[in-house]
Write a protein that binds this ligand. Structure first.
Ligand code: M6R
Length: 612
């Protein structure tokens, strides 16, 4: 998955492009590049690896022009290398393009073009787009727009592209199909980008392009049409994100900053959705689909990665608060599955980016089956948000760290609000219980803040355990999903092998690996399964395994068995994942730091996987 940017205005395009690429870097960091046009001169600069390499080259060899395109790459076809870096040019270097997506029929197209004398410079699927556009221009297409439209007719797959041509040095043509693309409307300047955060310092006026739409941008403004040439009505949305939200604000890493933002973020969600005086929830997003909800007898929650772990917790709390049969599905499996769903079932998609390809395709499949759809998204105007019957924005703010942290707890907190609201709507929970649950939720921000009291202790645990090569994470009930999330966080940022199990499964196989070389993180807050967890810990200790316990403040007994105890404040078991998440995130962060890993940009990863 990649990030793309385009700029037309009065300023130095390379400066704007590089600044924007810095905000898009989380989408991929295998290579970066840009192309600018100054009159008929096309400047192309590409570097492998970190964006800083491109910045260094541009500093040494500045490029001219107030129009340009840029790209940050997450490699799919072809290894990370300078030659595979975007922008790509056609055979005569007349046209340059940047692309995010996958061209599925690129091999057939490439073969045909080679037959016509084209020579390819890279191993990417994307380069074929530049050659096709140039071929159409050579074969009589009068303008770049026409050549791009013809090229898009030949292409199968997903794309967000931006193209420039030496022939029309004041124009960018951009289009999307299955990959995100937005247009930013500034004062005497226009931008295109993969997402809003890239251009938020320059403009808050955004047009969210739809699939099969093409934007032609020049120094006079822009026009948007459908790929078949018909005109399009579009809206300009005013975005209210705080510009500084996408900055590190003194923290060493975005991941650490985002972990620390969680108490304030949850407070903000409460302020948005709760009438404090009457302890009443205001969830218009559910009211909008009230009749469908009241008719539904089944919920299906689908998501990927960290969002899937939130979905697993969602399954438990929806069944608990609404008494509705709830299934949870991994989107990449769900989209291919023969599933049974009663007519009128509600499919809930959970996604930070709103662009995850598997989640989007599964959502479309559910719609084709005539099911009702609701989504929890962070990114405003994203594809999944727009595809759903109704969307609940989780208001986590921009999440830049590739490892998801605050989006996870924002998803969880939103799921608690939604399920309590739904439970009350369905008359499954009485008003007194609803009020007391909401009251408990109002304490969560301050309880979350208190977890940071043990941050230094967690950093010391990281010192002690960072050289171990194998970790287990165990939890029971609602905290089995927490264990999965803790294990994923550790893998992602520290590259340590880890797995998670429901603690009761330990004796059915995984215990075979427990030795003095295995660290097991046991999630053992006060709960109905506390005693069972204690037995599991003793089974591990009997085999000399190391145990880090996450336990409730005041639990002295656990100290007898665990090697280290990370305490969290006392909270009802049902809400405990909200607090448990933080020490797990901090542990992964500090272990990764000790191991010298690039926490914000873990190897091989990218944020929001918008490819299959
Ligand atoms: O944007 P989404 O929530 O749909 O993304 C889903 C996963 O790709 C994402 O949660 C991924 O697992 C993160 N790297 C987790 O830290």
């Amino acid at each position: 998955m990649c990030g793309i940017i385009g700029y037309i205005g009065k300023k130095n395009a390379s400066k704007i492009i590089i600044e924007s690429l810095q905000r898009l870097e989380y989408r991929g960091y295998d290579s970066a590049g840009l192309a600018t046009l100054d009159g008929k001169d096309l400047y192309l600069c590409r570097e492998v690896g970190d964006l800083q390499n491109l910045i260094n080259t541009i500093q040494e060899f500045p490029v001219k022009g107030s129009l340009g395109i840029g790209h940050t790459r997450w490699a799919t076809h072809g290894e990370p290398s300078k030659i595979n870096a975007h922008p790509h040019t056609g055979r005569r270097d007349q046209v340059a393009i940047v692309h995010n997506g996958i061209i599925e029929n690129y091999e057939q197209l490439k073969e045909k073009l080679i037959g016509k004398g084209h020579k390819f410079k890279s191993e990417t699927d994307s380069e074929v787009i530049a050659h096709l556009i140039e071929q159409y221009l050579d074969n009589g297409a009068q303008i770049l727009e026409q050549a791009v439209l013809c090229a898009l007719m030949d292409i199968k797959g997903t794309y967000a592209i931006a193209a420039v041509s030496k022939k029309e040095p004041n124009k960018i043509v951009a289009a999307r199909c299955g990959s995100p693309l937005i247009l930013g409307v500034g004062d005497n300047e226009t931008f295109i980008a993969s997402d809003t955060s890239a251009i938020i310092p320059y403009t808050r006026k955004i047009v969210f392009l739809e699939d099969f739409q093409v934007a032609v941008i020049d120094d006079q403004g822009f026009k948007i049409s459908n790929i078949n040439g018909s005109s399009v009505n579009y809206n300009i949305t005013e975005i209210d994100w705080d510009v500084t939200a996408a900055q590190k604000k003194g923290y060493a890493h975005f991941m650490l900053k985002e972990i620390h933002e969680q108490p304030q973020m949850v407070k903000k969600i409460l302020n948005e959705k709760l009438d404090f005086k009457n302890l009443d929830l205001k969830i218009d997003e559910l009211i909008k689909i009230k009749s469908q909800i009241l008719a539904a007898h089944q919920l299906i929650i689908q998501a990927c990665g960290t969002s899937y772990h939130a979905a697993m917790i969602g399954e438990i709390i929806f069944e608990y608060f609404t008494n509705l049969h709830t299934d949870v599905e991994i989107s990449s499996e769900f989209r291919y599955k023969h599933f049974i769903a009663e007519q009128g079932s509600l499919v809930i998609s959970i996604t930070q980016s709103g662009e995850t390809a598997d989640t989007l395709v599964a959502l479309k499949k559910a719609k084709q089956r005539g099911l009702n759809t609701f989504s929890l998204c962070n990114v405003v105007g994203s594809s999944i948000a727009r595809e759903s019957d109704s969307v609940f924005y989780i208001h986590a703010g921009p999440e830049i760290g590739v490892a998801s942290t605050k989006a996870f707890t924002a998803q969880l907190f939103s799921l608690y609000l939604i399920s309590i609201f739904l439970g009350a709507l369905k008359k499954n929970i009485k008003p007194e219980l609803k009020n007391s649950l909401i009251k408990d939720l109002t304490y969560i921000p301050s309880l979350m803040s208190r977890v940071f009291d043990v941050e230094n202790y967690i950093a010391r645990c990281a010192d002690k355990y960072h050289e171990f090569r194998d970790f287990y994470f165990l939890g029971r009930g609602i905290n089995y999903a927490s264990a999965l999330e803790g294990s994923l966080k550790l893998k992602e940022v520290s590259y340590i092998h880890s797995s998670a199990y429901p603690a009761g499964e330990l004796k059915h196989g995984p215990i075979a690996l427990v030795t003095e070389n295995m660290v097991t993180v046991c999630i053992v807050p006060k709960s109905v399964t506390y005693d069972k967890m204690m037995s599991n810990i003793q089974e591990i200790k009997a085999r000399k395994g190391k145990v880090i316990a996450i336990a409730t403040e005041g639990d002295e007994q656990i100290k007898k068995y665990a090697d280290d105890v990370i305490y969290i404040p006392e909270v009802q078991e049902i809400f405990s994942p909200l607090l448990v998440a933080i020490p797990l995130q901090l542990l992964a962060y500090y272990i990764a730091l000790k191991r010298g890993c690039n926490v914000d940009k873990p190897r091989n990863l990218s944020k929001g996987i918008a490819v299959d």
